[in-house]
Design a protein around this ligand. Structure first.
Ligand code: NDP
Length: 327
């Protein structure tokens, strides 16, 4: 019986159990491409799955992990052949389909994108879903016609994964980036990534007026809730906000004032089911637009045996930037 190492989540009488274990290859789910996984990463959603704090896992047993880079081992899909280097983000892996914290994965070929030429597997996972979501946010703002000439760009949840990459991408695109963080002690880190100004997230977390002073032309918001409401109310006339996260809560206690009095647009960002063409566009841009010399300070590396503890850390807001997992 062939086995491989994986993080395994089982349902228990109360909640779930999670452990590094041997997984039987026969338990792999349907798919036309089998991948030898080399690198994965840690996202907020992985933290929710690993701890069971939100019902992210929809079948048991489950291997969590929503992102991987690996090499195709076997394929009956005409688009992929043995030896191809591939990236997977989302599509329900780690939720409904066995995921990335494993030496092996079997998935649908249509979920995969090629690892961009010139990007290493470790770099791609330093980007991961968080960074690819930051790029989807930038693409959405660009498609809305927002340019650096319109004014500053705000990033909330700045020291987190989405936030860190969003700062680097917006700065590279020429924006004056304002970083909103609860960890003002990370000011130097945020400035190295490209932030021009740092604000305390407390400024945005208390209930505010329906319309405030116009402070930024656009924003990438990974926090949601009251923060997103305040971000909208302080967005300049004709500006746009890419809403991609809920680290501060799922609700949106806002009014229609920014939309109907300032023509502000709220752009929804989903990485999980994003169509192939958009994914490929995002990864192409990530390969050209990220300055790796700036991003080194963003990356921490752990092994598969450290993933369970790291899952709690990310929910406790203790993780800075991005964590890559060497499988
Ligand atoms: P991280 O935990 O790395 O970052 C989240 C950051 O949000 C924290 O670092 C912290 O930043 C800030 N934050 C945390 N709690 C609060 C709070 N209560 N109030 C205000 N700010 C808070 O997570 P990721 O960057 O991986 O993900 C960020 C969000 O984006 C998550 O909600 C995640 O689910 C979502 N997401 C959505 C995707 C999509 O497809 N739409 C894809 C990927 C992620 P600081 O310390 O700087 O204040």
């Amino acid at each position: 019986m062939a086995t491989f190492k994986a993080i395994r989540i089982e349902k228990a009488d109360k909640g779930q159990t999670v452990a590094l274990a041997d997984f039987d290859e026969n338990e792999l789910m349907d798919g036309d491409v089998t991948v030898a996984v080399e690198w994965s990463t840690l996202n907020y959603k992985d933290g929710l799955a690993l701890t069971g704090k939100a019902p992210v896992v929809r079948r048991f047993p489950m291997i969590p992990g929503i992102d991987f880079v690996g090499t195709v081992e076997k394929s009956t899909n005409p688009d992929w052949k043995e030896g191809d280097r591939v990236i997977l983000n989302g599509w329900g892996t780690g939720e409904t389909h066995l995921g990335a914290y494993a030496q092996k994965s079997r998935v649908k070929g249509e979920w995969l994108v090629p690892l961009p030429i010139g990007m290493t597997g470790r770099e791609a996972m330093a980007v991961g879903t968080a960074g690819y979501t930051a790029m989807l946010s930038l693409l959405a703002l660009e498609k809305h016609g927002i340019t650096p000439k319109a004014g500053p760009a705000l990033v909330t949840g700045a020291a987190g994964g989405v936030g860190s990459v969003a700062i680097a991408l917006l700065a590279k695109a020429g924006f004056h980036v304002i970083a909103s963080t609860g960890r003002v002690s990370e000011g130097d880190y945020l400035k190295k990534l490209g932030a021009a100004e740092i604000i305390d997230r407390a400024e945005l977390s208390a209930p505010g007026r329906p319309l405030g002073k116009e402070r930024w032309a656009c924003a990438v918001d990974s926090v949601g809730s009251q923060t997103l409401a305040n971000v909208l109310s302080q967005t300049k006339y004709g500006g746009a906000v890419a809403a991609c996260g809920l680290a501060g809560g799922m609700d949106l206690p806002s009014s229609v004032a920014p939309f109907i009095l300032r023509g502000v647009a709220l752009l929804g960002i989903d990485s999980v089911m994003a169509p192939q063409a958009l994914r490929r566009e995002a990864w192409r841009r990530l390969a050209t637009d990220l300055d790796w010399s700036r991003l080194q300070s963003m990356v921490t590396e752990i092994g598969l045996d450290q993933v369970i503890g790291a899952g709690s850390d990310i929910l406790d807001g203790k993780v800075r930037g991005r964590v890559v997992v060497k499988i």
